[in-house]
Design a protein around this ligand. Structure first.
Ligand code: ATP
Length: 669
């Protein structure tokens, strides 16, 4: 209830109570607990960050391991490919060597064959020549021997010898032919042998050629495989290069990551330190909080008792100010109005604010001011005087305590009194700015504030008007002049109700504003039908506020009546008959009844009859005008000189009200 206290006691100077409210230990406890909560939530955030960073680190490590495995596999493949290449190179070298050997063998075989053939040929020829020579030598020797023998027996045997020689000659002639034949045979057989050897060697050569062809095919195949392997090796080398680049990139990335991991680790470490110190602080705060909780319980009791004192002090302050107060408000002169104006000379004294009406003494016949200008002054004193420069917000500052009283369980009546056009509606109902919208906002703000201190409030509203002593419901679905609404009083509970008038539960300023708009629309519709009736009807906005506090075991019920009265102007000649006369009569009756009731209440005699029944207005407000209530009347006045008399009358009526002192107000039970 600090605001309640603050607001109600702000007017009391040197109020140590107010100061102690602002520094009460309970608020300290809340601050420390909040700081403990903040530390805890900061700790949670840091923890969350640490978990996130650790996960990131693990992911990066996994990625690096995968890449390392991939690199290792590629390296292995590359090495295998290089081995295969080397093996193929070796095979190829072997094959080439084999092929060279085969070629060499072939040439050597051929050379051997040729040499063999030549040797055999030469030995055969020399052998035949030697045989031939030998035979020739033998035959020559034989011939010589025979010659010698024949010389002896030549003659005898000449013929025989001659025959024999002849036959021998034949034999000799025949001998070379055989011999030739034999040589020929030997050559033919040598050739045949040579052919056979050749054929043999040729078939060997063909076999060798075939194996050379096979070897060539193998070499071709090996070359083909080799180029394939080379291609693969090229690809593999390309891949390896890419992978090496990738690997280097990853390595750089890994380095960076490692660095950021290190930074992160540092950050984590420092955050962990921070967390640790926060945890220590939290533990300390929690310890303190427990201590504060214990103190808080004690404080709560003190607050409850202070709250009671505050309420009593607030009541006392209101009593000191008097239960009926009058605020005078002067509206600005309108542009379209005659510039001739009443002069006001406001001045303050210790208890009242003074307003002095200064007017020229005019000649009643000519209406002109005779020279020199004699001035006439009328002095009035009210609780407050607001000059035309003051805004509604300034005015509201002065009434907010009264509105607060309704929440504290008092009946409050705030009237706006004055002639038509003097600023009553501007003061009371101006959209969002008037006393009614401002009071609504304050009530709902206070209700939500007091909720924290265990107060639960219920607000109900009735919006109605009194025109020609007839009550109309301004927010019912069937606004109609003909509908009869009766005022009922419960004398035991001191409560008033009006039959058939809509009573709504109000749960937000928005709901109230919607209803105010509806009420104003209904008034406007009716006023256009009935020749500006709105100026000649009283509009009443009644808020019933009930509250209960379980902690204090206390209940309150206050009624806030906000009333925009009908124009207070007197009869004019044009109003002596017809509806206007009736209207004016009804307004005058109700306004003078209001004055009479207030005066009777001020007479302060228990036996004094209070004429509530003299008008619907006073009868309806019976329980809100008595000693149990607080009343504020705005007297709205115009500065236009043309309204001088009405202004004077308004100020006189207000003075009558202001001079009344009704006993101390009591809260409703
Ligand atoms: N304090 C003010 N500052 C500026 N303008 C004002 C002020 N008071 C009244 N007015 C203006 O004066 C005119 C008359 O005011 P308003 O309608 O509030 O008078 P009223 O007394 O309620 O009249 P009625 O009895 O006809 O309802 C309006 O145009 C209003 O805007």
């Amino acid at each position: 209830m600090a605001d309640r206290d603050g607001r109600s006691l702000s007017k009391i100077s040197d109020s140590a109570f107010n100061t102690s409210q602002n520094h009460r230990p309970n608020s300290g406890k809340i601050t420390k607990t909040m700081s403990a909560h903040q530390s805890t939530s900061r700790f949670q955030i840091l923890k969350h960050q640490v978990v996130g960073k650790t996960t990131e680190l693990t992911e990066l490590k996994k990625k690096i391991t995968t890449l390392r495995t991939r690199k290792y596999k590629h390296d292995l493949q590359r090495e295998q490919a290089q081995d295969a290449l080397e093996r193929l190179n070796d095979q190829m070298t072997l094959r080439e060597e084999e092929m060279a050997n085969v070629e060499e063998n072939k040439l050597m075989g051929l050379k051997e064959l040729e040499a063999d053939f030549e040797d055999k040929k030469l030995s055969l020829v020399s052998k035949q020549n030697a045989d031939l020579q030998k035979k020739a030598d033998e035959y020559f020797k034989l011939a010589q021997d025979t010659e010698l023998q024949k010389q002896e027996s030549r003659k005898a045997e000449l013929s025989h010898l001659m025959g024999e020689v002849e036959s021998l000659k034949n034999q000799i002639s025949n001998l070379p032919l055989d011999f030739q034949q034999a040589i020929n045979d030997i050559v033919v057989s040598g050739d045949k042998n040579l052919e056979l050897v050749k054929k043999e060697k040729q078939s060997e050569i063909m076999g060798l050629n075939h194996s050379i062809e096979v070897t060539k095919d193998l070499i071709l195949e090996a070359n083909h495989k080799l180029s394939k392997v080379k291609d693969e090796v090229e690809i593999s080398i390309g891949r390896t290069n890419t992978m090496e680049l990738e690997y280097e990139e990853l390595l750089a990335q890994w380095k960076l990551t490692e660095n950021s991991c290190i930074d992160l680790q540092h950050e984590i470490d420092s955050q962990m330190d921070e967390l640790k110190s926060l945890e220590d602080k939290i533990a300390e705060v929690m310890n303190n909080a427990e201590m504060y909780d214990a103190n808080a319980l004690q404080m709560d009791d003190q607050i409850l008792s202070l709250e009671n004192s505050r309420r009593n002090l607030h009541g006392l302050l209101q009593d000191l100010k008097g239960n009926i107060r009058v605020f005078c408000r002067v509206r600005p002169l309108k542009a379209e109005e005659n510039p001739a104006r009443i002069e006001f000379a406001p001045m303050n004294d210790a208890f009242k604010e003074q307003i002095t009406l200064v007017t020229e003494q005019r000649d009643s016949m000519t209406g002109r001011t005779p020279a020199p200008k004699p001035l006439k002054k009328y002095d009035f004193g009210f609780d407050k005087v607001f000059d035309e420069s003051l805004s509604n917000s300034k005015v509201y500052e002065e009434i907010s305590e009264l509105v607060q009283s309704a929440l504290n369980g008092f009946n409050v009546c705030i009237f706006a009194y004055g002639q038509t056009g003097s600023g009553k509606t501007f003061t009371m109902s101006k959209k969002e700015d008037g006393m009614i919208p401002r009071a609504i906002r304050q009530i709902f703000e206070e209700v939500s504030h007091l909720k924290q201190q265990g107060w639960e409030f219920e607000i109900q509203g009735q919006f109605l008007e009194i025109y020609n002593e007839t009550i109309n419901d301004l927010i019912g679905n069937t606004y109609s002049d003909s509908q009869k609404h009766e005022i009922k009083h419960d004398e035991t509970l001191m409560r008033t109700s009006v039959t058939g008038v809509t009573k709504v539960f109000l749960d937000s300023p928005e709901t109230v504003n919607e209803l105010l708009a509806k009420a104003s629309k209904n008034r406007f519709t009716a006023s256009t039908k009935a020749n500006d009736k709105s100026s000649r009807s009283h509009s009443l906005y009644i808020f019933e506020i009930t509250g209960h506090n379980v902690n204090l075991n206390e209940s309150t019920r206050g009624v806030l009546n906000l009333v925009d009265l009908a124009g207070s102007e007197r009869f004019t000649h044009s109003q002596t008959t017809g509806d206007r006369f009736k209207e004016t009569q009804a307004i005058n009756k109700s306004l003078s009844s209001l004055g009479d009731v207030i005066c009777a209440l001020g007479a302060n005699s228990s036996k004094q009859h209070i004429p509530y029944r003299n008008s619907k207005l006073t009868y309806l407000l019976q329980y809100s005008l008595g000693g149990n209530s607080k009343t504020l009347m705005f007297v709205n006045i115009s500065p236009a000189h043309v309204h001088f008399n009405e202004t004077l009358n308004s100020l006189r009526f207000a003075t009558k009200v202001n001079n009344t002192h009704i006993g101390n107000a009591k809260r409703n039970a």
